[in-house]
Ligand binder design. Structure first.
Ligand SMILES: Nc1ncnc2c1ncn2[C@@H]1O[C@H](COP(=O)(O)OP(=O)(O)OP(=O)(O)O)[C@@H](O)[C@H]1O
Ligand SMILES: [Mg+2]
Length: 263
């Protein structure tokens, strides 16, 4: 079983879009059993894949009042794809830490690693995908601890020297939390044909301290539309550029990571 955390401390780079499309494609096209964990109190991935509802989800697990992972997991309705939802309650987990009311926090940092190990023992999933928030919150630290590999979506506007420094700084931060975690690669998102994007992408490929995926994800309004209808762009507009790019990228990832070995 493999666990990927989709991570970047910069907001709005495409973490959630990537997590949803990766989880959807591994489940629907590759027939792998996938658990998508939403570790962001904004709950965008939860909102995209599940109907509204009152659920403690990940906060229940991190808060220690849900101890069995199947109690907090929800079937998405898409075959092979389950979701461990987020809620705004995740904010109170971090708040408690700052106000000293941390009685619930014991084991928070290892909660998702425990879930991963238990799911592995049960042979419940082939892949776990974790959508991280843009900060080192308790949920994000727990996600990093559970991850084998991280995937870093990046925008082609952030490849300046400062952007590269920030990437290095972030990866150092992640390794302080989990020294053995691998970076599977950076994924260039919102690519479009413009001189500045072509130049920035070439510069990034040459200078990046970590691997950069060959596939890039193009910018298209179909991704925005898909958020309105609460569907992956794969089902909303399967032949749109971004949907096709995500299929090509997941193929690249599956091959590079040997994910279909056990199929
Ligand atoms: N390839 C794309 N083309 C056009 N719009 C995109 C694309 N990818 C993402 N977006 C849009 O960009 C916005 C940010 O994407 P997303 O929510 O996936 O980023 P994020 O990194 O998860 O953000 P946050 O840090 O707030 O969690 C969303 O409105 C999304 O629909
Ligand atoms: Mg997000």
């Amino acid at each position: 079983m493999r666990t990927f955390a989709i991570l970047n401390m910069k907001g709005g780079v495409g973490k959630t879009t990537t997590a949803i499309n990766l989880a959807y494609l591994l489940a629907a096209e590759y027939r792998l059993r996938v658990l998508l964990i939403d570790a962001d109190p904004q709950a965008n991935a939860t909102h995209a894949l599940l109907p509204d509802g009152e659920r403690s989800g990940l906060a229940g697990l991190l808060g220690g009042y849900a101890t069995v992972y199947d109690d907090v997991i929800v079937a998405s309705g898409i075959p092979n794809l389950d979701v461990l939802p987020a809620s705004e309650e995740l904010w109170s987990i971090d708040l408690n830490e700052h106000t000293g009311d941390s009685g619930l926090l014991n084991g928070t940092a290892n909660a998702l690693r425990d879930l991963r190990d238990n799911a592995m023992e049960d042979d419940a999933y082939d892949v776990i995908v974790i959508d991280c928030p843009p900060n080192f919150s308790a949920a994000c630290v727990s996600a990093i601890n559970a991850a084998n590999s991280i995937i870093i979506p990046v925008l082609p506007d952030a490849f300046s020297a400062a952007g590269m420094d920030s990437l290095v700084y972030q990866i150092d931060g992640v390794r302080k939390i989990h020294p053995d975690v691998r970076v599977a690669g950076c994924l260039v998102n919102q690519w479009h044909r413009a001189d500045v994007v072509l130049d920035a992408t070439a510069h990034f490929r040459a200078e990046s301290p970590v691997p950069v995926f060959d596939t890039v994800i193009r910018r298209t309004d179909k991704v925005l539309e898909a958020t309105w209808v609460r569907e992956p762009v794969q089902t909303w507009s399967p032949f749109s550029s971004a949907a096709r790019d995500y299929r090509a990228w997941v193929k690249e990832l599956v091959e590079k990571e040997g994910l279909d070995d056990g199929r």
